[in-house]
Design a protein around this ligand. Structure first.
Ligand SMILES: [Zn+2]
Length: 302
């Protein structure tokens, strides 16, 4: 597998504001975990007149921390990258408190999987405004552009801070880990396209919601794409070798990976398989359908 130059070092204090660039401040919520790494990184953009991105979980401590950071300032926009529980639940309470509105790619689409691969859907999430690709927003000294990046979820958006050529990548690209593509809402074909979209632009910094920023962005995004392509090639090789079930493929492809993670790996292979079928590189038969059923009955928590 191509290796991704992951970055994992991050210095911070929970629920304390840090000035991480001239126009960006960050507060990390105290919700560390398997899917959130050290926690949700909430970005505040601008000075007196500001915007906030992914307010994070709805806890009193976290809400209080953000209120403190925003005291005496005007919050103009609340942006949400996607409707997962570690990103969006505080969006509406915060917007209501500040007297502004919530902007995102759309409401949550529930997933049907039994396997826990993500922080979970914020099913009640519904933005005041559904944004579109290329839409811009501005405040005193800053301009933000919305970039549609479906894949991790169908409603996923990244946001660009034009003045710093910086991309807020949500869960689309993370410095510390690859991202989970969980069908049916997660879509591998869309994900590949959204990665290519980011590769085509040359951002100076990528600020993911979880973990530290990526500063050497081009090689990082290229390695991220190549990792997925290599995985796809490995799956095609297993199909050529005659494997007929996803668990069979996983056993070989992920032989060096902890067996407890194999159900999650099955889900990722399923996402690739759906993409291979959609691009007519594999054929969907009733057997493939059975694989889904067989896989979905697996239950494990990772
Ligand atoms: Zn997510």
């Amino acid at each position: 597998m191509a290796s991704i130059p992951f970055v994992s070092e991050i210095e911070f204090d929970y629920e304390e504001v840090a000035h991480v660039s001239p126009l960006i401040q960050r507060v990390i919520a105290n919700n560390p975990g398997a899917f959130t790494y050290t926690g949700t990184g909430v970005y505040i953009i601008g000075d007196k007149e500001c915007a906030i991105l992914d307010p994070g979980p709805l806890t009193e401590t976290h809400f209080d921390a953000l209120k403190k950071v925003l005291e005496g300032r005007t919050l103009k926009y609340v942006f949400v990258t996607h409707s997962h529980m570690d990103h969006s639940p505080l969006a509406h309470p915060l917007a209501e408190w500040a007297g502004c509105e919530v902007y995102a790619g759309g409401p949550a689409i529930p997933t049907e999987s039994d396997v826990r691969l993500e922080a979970g859907d914020d099913l009640s999430f519904q933005p005041h405004h559904t944004i579109v690709d290329g839409q811009t927003f501005s405040g005193d000294g800053w301009t933000i552009e919305a970039v549609a990046t479906p894949g991790h979820t169908s409603n996923h958006f990244c946001f660009v801070l034009k003045e710093e050529n910086a991309l807020f990548s949500g869960d689309h690209i993370m410095g510390w880990s690859t991202t989970v593509i969980s069908p049916p809402d997660g879509n591998m074909g869309d994900y590949f396209n959204s990665l290519e979209k980011i590769r085509a632009r040359d951002y100076s910094t990528i600020w993911p919601t979880h973990g530290p920023p990526v500063t050497d962005t081009k090689p990082f995004v290229e390695a991220y794409i190549s990792h997925r392509r290599k995985r796809e090639e490995a799956i095609i090789a297993r199909l050529d070798a005659g494997d007929t079930t996803i668990p069979q493929m996983v056993k070989t492809i992920y032989k060096d990976v902890d067996k407890r993670l194999h159900p999650a790996a099955c889900h990722s292979v399923l996402a690739h398989m759906i993409h291979l079928v959609e691009t007519e590189r594999a054929i969907a038969s009733s057997q493939v359908h059975n694989l889904k059923t067989e896989y979905r009955s697996a239950s494990v928590s990772v």
